[in-house]
Ligand binder design. Structure first.
Ligand code: MG
Length: 440
């Protein structure tokens, strides 16, 4: 990015004068924050939905009373994207219009309780979009990248992990070797994709005409037998130096998970992710007392209160959550700070169903907090980078954000409109051999 592009991204005119946003180089000058100035108010809150890399992404754009000054935030709940769009356009916009854009905490609290019933994934994601957009605006007004507002850098860049996946342990080990040669030091290993669905031969429920033909199948017992073999092969081929992670996707019975983790101890995993479903949190004490394998937990948590007991009791080593799912940067910072007191680190959920704005928000938090653990990363396609100028860069296993004020990622709305979202709703329907639904 050259100086002119950087200045544009920063909302600075070519003379370095702060103006509104990317498009506002020649527009009215927007003064930075100064005491005694009239407040900047919210003019509108709207949703932008796009899918340049296949996954549905939802963004919030907050426009303000200052011409050209706006913020962008991530509100991506990919499985129910249209519902989040409705929550933003039909409820948040009306609720927020005219309010003071500076008061992020107050706006978060006001929106949070405004529906009376709260903490659901749809409203939390809409709230996250608003929250992140307000932090973006605050950074632009301060003339600082977000990590500076959060306390400045605690490290020079963000350690990230890549995803190795194969139909067989050998195929997975090949991918691990490739990522190691690209400079990655942390790699998640899976066999057969999400939750290891590699055992998807024709199951009995399909022969019986039960469920839908598109429903997936998993054999949990075969899965817990296969994972130690996967670790053994990767360790044999790739050595002890590389840190290996694995996601169980909450799909097996707690006792089976305990037995599997005991067998994984000899392979020294960095962490095992989401070993039980949220409904089985009462098993965690027994899980913890039975094995020394580190755990990351919380991808399905929506309510930040779910973290309190789990962190306090040292059930988890890593806070694993989808930042937009809990309501954005404001609550994520609170959970992260709580973790610091108990030596629990962060591992924000960062797959392809987080927008580049959301990935950048993760990185700003990761840079600023002491108890950062690891960051999940994905490779952004050229189309995605075109729609989201300023997206984070991945180099030798580290993620970098740019130095533009705010979150530093914009959205090209014209291009975004070329990639409409879809409403495929059934993705997570996974059954046992007899057709019983498996809870993730
Ligand atoms: Mg996961």
């Amino acid at each position: 990015m050259n100086r002119r592009e950087l200045l544009k991204m920063a909302g600075l005119g070519s003379a370095g004068v702060l103006v509104g946003g990317v498009k506002a180089e020649a527009e009215a000058v927007t003064p930075r924050y100064a005491a005694g100035m009239p407040p900047v108010t919210i003019r509108s809150v709207k949703a932008i939905a796009t899918a340049p890399q296949g996954a549905n992404l939802v963004l919030v754009k907050v426009e303000t009373s200052e011409p050209g000054l706006y913020g962008i935030g991530c509100a991506t709940f990919t499985q129910r994207a249209e519902v989040v769009v409705t929550a933003i356009n039909e409820y948040l916009n009306d609720f927020c219009a005219g309010r003071n854009a500076d008061n992020i905490e107050d706006l978060w609290q006001a929106c949070f309780v405004s529906s009376y019933w709260r903490n659901g994934p749809v409203l939390n994601n809409a709230l996250s979009g608003l929250d992140q957009a307000l932090w973006d605006i605050k950074g632009k007004r301060a003339g600082m990248p977000l990590y500076q507002l959060l306390g400045g850098k605690a490290r020079f860049a963000v350690d990230a992990y890549a995803h190795a996946d194969g139909k067989t342990p050998e195929e997975c080990a090949d991918q691990v070797s490739k990522f190691m040669s690209d400079g990655f030091r942390y790699i998640r290993i899976q066999q057969g994709g999400y939750g290891s669905l590699y055992l998807a031969q024709q199951p009995d429920f399909k022969d019986a005409g039960f469920g839908k033909p598109t429903d997936d199948f998993m054999d949990p017992v075969a899965y817990v037998q296969a994972v130690p073999k996967l670790f053994r092969e990767v360790r044999k081929r790739c050595g002890e130096e590389i840190d290996l992670l694995h996601d169980t996707h909450e799909r097996v019975q707690p006792v089976d998970m305990i037995n599997m983790c005991k067998r994984l101890e000899e392979f020294n995993p960095f962490f095992i992710e989401d070993p039980v479903s949220p409904e089985n949190m009462d098993w965690f004490r027994q899980l913890r007392e039975s094995t020394t394998v580190p755990f990351a937990m919380g991808e399905l948590f929506n309510n930040t209160n779910e973290f309190v007991g789990a962190i306090k009791n040292h059930y988890m080593d890593y806070i694993r959550c989808h930042v937009s799912q809990i309501g954005g940067i404001t609550p994520a910072m609170k959970v992260a700070r709580l973790g610091e007191f108990f030596n629990v680190k962060t591992a924000w959920h960062g797959p392809g169903d987080v927008s580049p704005v959301g990935h950048a928000a993760h990185c700003h938090i990761d840079l600023a907090i002491w108890n950062f653990g690891i960051q999940e990363s994905v490779f952004f396609s050229d189309q995605l980078r075109e729609v989201f100028p300023g997206s984070p860069e991945l180099k030798k296993g580290y993620l970098y954000v740019n130095e533009a004020p705010g979150i530093g990622v914009d959205v090209n709305e014209k291009l975004a409109a070329k990639y409409p979202i879809n409403n495929k709703a059934g993705r997570w329907t996974i059954r046992k051999r007899d057709g019983t639904i498996i809870r993730p």
